[in-house]
Design a protein around this ligand. Structure first.
Ligand code: SF4
Length: 81
């Protein structure tokens, strides 16, 4: 029972925090083509964030306005997409 509750909570948190794969890939492509991207340590020089982590999180955005945050979908809508 405890394991099931943790699984439900973990799944809900993942849907609220993480973007879908196409969004993550589009953000990464934008960053990797950006003059502020430093490939040697995968960081954005405008904000200092690690791009692979930043691109995966729903509420983050680009400090230069190249991509924005997104509203996380409720879990039932994410599963339908
Ligand atoms: S977050 Fe924005 S400014 Fe930073 S590397 Fe990505 S596109 Fe460039």
């Amino acid at each position: 029972m405890v394991k099931t509750a943790f699984g439900v909570i973990g799944g809900l948190a993942r849907h609220l925090v993480l973007v879908d794969e196409p969004t993550r890939e589009a953000r990464l492509a934008c960053c990797q083509a950006c003059a502020d991207y430093r490939a040697s340590d995968d960081r954005c020089l405008a904000c200092g964030c690690f791009v692979r982590i930043k691109a995966a999180i729903t509420v983050t955005d680009c400090p230069r306005g190249k991509w924005g945050s997104i509203e996380p979908l409720p879990p039932q809508q994410q599963e339908a997409t």
